[in-house]
Structures are given as structure tokens and as C-alpha cells.
Design a protein around this ligand. Structure first.
Ligand code: AMP
Ligand code: GLY
Length: 422
């Protein structure tokens, strides 16, 4: 089979790495990809937002399955274009991807179908938003309605912070059109986990629960990032809680989307807040998580191509999805300065030595090739994943590998997986 993967970060490297293990696969193209994938796939440049051209490429190269990594093309309708051409593609249509693309749609869907989530109000006018904040008080959470590259959420611990967020989003248009509406939410206390699931629109099969580390510094301090590391399985989601999540969140959400005429297939990502036996949805994403994918896929013992084709064709079955009983930890190596500004083009050394260790894979996120060397080209540069017999062992092995990799001004957290080990 011939596969096309869309995207070029750590998540897509993990997808390509796992897809390449399938005996069914003869060739993988990735657009745009990154240097970490060069031994697994052919990296190509396709016009990112011109889906007709991407579909034309898929037809010309006789692609049997296309897999979309990031949310942008999903929300903008790449799946709709591929389906119109009769091409197999893994991911939701634009109407279904609205579960990530529009926070107000997602919250109203949960409300209508009794899917547990924080209380909320949708405001399209800043005076009404401010009045609601003053009525409710802090802590309170403000979310730009549309896609904002993961930066559209302000968890305001004071009323003043919440009011400033409204000025930034609705007054200064910090996120452009994405902030034309805001969702104001009750602050939820608890421990977060990410539960990703494969679905064909009727059947939904959860993956192993993961936990990522959004803050830049150890002890979950400092500004939010795209994710500084992850581990799986996350013990906070016990077997009992996972079953509860399947019954009260995942199954009802898939049924709700179908009932609304927005049948959802692909990977559904549920961001969860867990407190005791209580589970609520923080958000849904229409795609795999980054860096959750870098710890979940290395633990998948089944053929990912088979699963993805079944999701695309409506033939998903629980028995297709099997997991190893090991654990995985991924440590993100970032450019010093991230998530604010940082230099790029710094030479990275030690990649081969780190990759050579048993059970270790170095996923590239923000790298590029320059004069025959791999250099930094983003905030999150690498995700170093190790698989071990326990979280503790996987963590130790991941850090041994991290120690072998060098670039100037590197920053990484030393405490990935701390919640599982406390
Ligand atoms: P989101 O982009 O919706 O995942 O939000 C980013 C982060 O903000 C989440 O991972 C949570 O840590 C936090 N967050 C979002 N909504 C809430 C909420 N209602 N209560 C507490 N924290 C939240
Ligand atoms: N790790 C968070 C996300 O993928 O949205």
C-alpha cells in the first residue's frame, strides 16, 4: 500500500514511524515531513491549503490511504475534498472536526447530549462577557472560540486577568476571527489526562490514556507550551474510570455527532479533568495529540494501517486494537527561550547515539537539514521516547538518551511523568 501523511512535527514522525512498521506498506509520502523521517518516507512539498492539489497528488501517486496530522486542514475540509474524489482518508470531515474548530459548537453539543463538562456561557460581545465574569468571579476560564494554535485559552486566577483576556481576545483581536466569540467556563480542579480513541463513526475504541506536561518548567510552573513531554499509560485513568469515560463521554459524543448529521471518523482526542470518580471534558480535539502520540503509538502492538483503513471504511472492530503491557515516556527537547522567542539553526549532535539504544526513538519536531547537518528549526525540537517495563524504567532510559543529544541552549524538563511516580 501507498500512504500519504500530512504534517511535519513530532506527532507526524510518530505516525510515519508506526505506519512504516506495517507489512502492508510499500511506500510513504509525507508533506512536508522533517529530517527525522527521511529513512522511513519521502518528504514532499504540497500546497498546504490547496486540497484539490493534494488530492490530485494522491490520485497521481495511487495513494491508498491519507492520514492527516494537524487540525488546520481537518477543520478546513481536506477530508471532504478527498471523499468527493473517492479517496480513502483518516480523519473527520469539516462538519465533524468543528468539535475542535469551534469551542462553542463543542460545548453546546456536550450540553445538549448531557456529556459532562464545565458550566459555560458563549459571548459574542465584550460587555456581556465582562458582565458574566463579574457575576461569576475568579478563578474562571476564557477561551477564544476558534482555532488559535493551542494558545486561545486563559485560565484566569483573578477577575482582572479574566477581564484583560477579554480585551486581548475581543478588543485587540489577538487571535483574529477565532476570537470573535468567546466561551467563558467554570474553572475545573483536578488532574488532567488525554484519552485518544479510534472511531469509524459508530464504533469507538479508546487508546491507552496519556498525560502531557503543558508548562515549560519542572513542577508544572511557567507559561503553557504545546507540550513538554508525555507518558502512557497514565495511572490516573484507572480501568474503572476509563470504562466510565467510554460510557459517559466517548460513546455519547460519537452518537451525538452522528445524530447531528456530522458523523465523525478518525482519532477523537478527549482532554479530561479527573477528580475522584468524577470525569469531565476539558476539550475535544479532532486529531492525535502532540506529544501524546509519541508515547501512545509505540505501545500499540496492532497494525496501524489496518486500524486506520477500518476507521475510514466504517469497519472498525475492538479486536483490531491491541496494546503492549509496557510503558512509554517522551521528553521534549526545546529551544531555550521557547515558548517566547528563540534562535534557530543550531547544530544538533548525538542523534544516532541516542536512537541506537534499545527501546528508544528520537522523534523530530522542529528540525531541518542544513549543509548535511540536522539543525534546530522550531520551539519544540525533538521528542525523545523510551519504552520500558514500567514508567520509572522508561523515564530513566529516556533521560539517558536525552543526555546523549546536544544543541546550544537546549531546555527540557527533568520531571516528566512525575505524577505517575509520586
Ligand atoms: P484547552 O486548549 O481547552 O485544552 O485548554 C488548555 C489548558 O487550559 C487545559 O489543558 C487545561 O489545563 C486548562 N483548562 C482549560 N479549560 C479549563 C477549565 N474549565 N478549568 C480548568 N482548567 C482548564
Ligand atoms: N498535547 C496537547 C494537544 O495535542 O492538544
Amino acid at each position: 500500500m501507498r500512504i500519504l501523511v500530512i504534517g511535519g512535527g513530532g506527532r507526524e514522525h510518530a505516525l510515519v514511524w508506526k505506519l512504516a512498521q506495517s507489512p502492508k506498506v510499500e511506500k510513504i509520502y509525507v508533506a512536508p515531513g522533517n529530517p527525522g523521517m527521511l529513512n522511513l518516507a519521502e518528504c514532499i512539498n504540497l500546497p498546504a491549503s490547496d486540497f484539490e492539489s493534494v488530492a490530485a497528488f494522491a490520485m497521481e501517486k495511487k495513494i491508498d490511504l491519507t492520514v492527516v496530522g494537524p487540525e488546520g486542514p481537518l477543520v478546513a475540509g481536506i477530508v471532504d475534498v478527498f471523499k468527493a474524489h473517492g479517496l480513502a482518508i483518516f480523519g473527520p470531515t469539516a462538519a465533524a472536526a468543528a468539535i475542535e474548530g469551534s469551542k462553542s459548537f463543542s460545548k453546546e453539543l456536550m450540553h445538549k447530549y448531557n456529556i459532562p463538562t464545565a458550566f459555560f456561557k458563549i459571548c459574542s460581545d465584550s460587555a456581556a462577557a465582562k458582565a458574566y465574569i463579574k457575576e461569576k468571579g475568579a478563578p474562571i476560564v476564557i477561551k477564544a472560540d476558534g482555532l488559535a494554535a493551542g494558545k486561545g485559552v486563559v485560565v484566569a486566577m483573578t477577575e482582572a486577568e479574566a477581564l484583560t483576556a477579554i480585551d486581548d481576545i475581543m478588543g485587540s483581536h489577538k487571535f483574529g476571527e477565532a476570537g470573535a466569540q468567546v466561551v467563558i467556563e467554570e474553572f475545573m480542579d483536578g488532574e488532567e489526562a488525554s484519552l485518544l480513541a479510534f472511531t469509524d463513526g459508530d464504533m469507538i475504541v479508546p487508546m491507552l490514556a496519556a498525560q502531557d506536561h503543558k508548562r515549560i518548567n519542572d513542577g508544572d510552573e511557567g507559561p503553557n507550551t504545546g507540550g513538554m513531554g508525555a507518558y502512557a499509560p497514565a495511572p490516573v485513568l484507572t480501568a474503572e474510570l476509563k470504562q466510565k469515560c467510554l460510557e459517559t463521554i466517548l460513546k455519547p459524543t460519537i452518537a451525538a455527532l452522528k445524530a447531528e448529521g456530522r458523523k465523525y471518523s478518525g482519532c477523537l482526542y478527549a482532554g479530561l479533568m479527573i477528580k475522584g470518580s468524577d470525569i469531565k471534558v476539558v476539550e475535544f480535539n479532532a486529531r492525535f495529540g502532540d506529544p501524546e502520540t509519541q508515547v501512545v503509538l509505540p505501545l500499540l502492538s496492532s497494525d496501524l494501517v489496518e486500524i486506520m483503513l477500518a476507521c475510514a471504511n466504517g469497519t472498525l472492530n475492538e479486536t483490531m486494537v491491541k496494546w503492549s503491557d509496557k510503558s512509554a515516556v517522551c521528553v521534549v527537547m526545546a529551544s531555550g527561550g521557547y515558548p517566547a522567542s528563540y534562535p534557530q539553526g543550531l547544530v544538533i549532535s548525538g542523534l544516532a547515539a541516542a536512537n541506537a539504544a534499545d527501546g528508544v526513538v528520537v522523534f523530530h519536531a522542529g528540525t531541518k537539514e542544513k549543509d548535511g547537518q540536522v539543525v534546530t528549526a522550531g520551539g519544540r525540537v525533538l521528542g525523545v521516547t523510551a519504552v520500558g517495563s514500567s514508567i520509572a524504567q522508561a523515564k530513566d532510559e529516556a533521560y539517558v538518551a536525552v543526555d546523549k543529544i546536544h544543541f546550544a541552549n537546549v531546555h527540557y524538563r527533568k520531571d516528566i511523568a512525575w505524577r505517575a511516580l509520586k
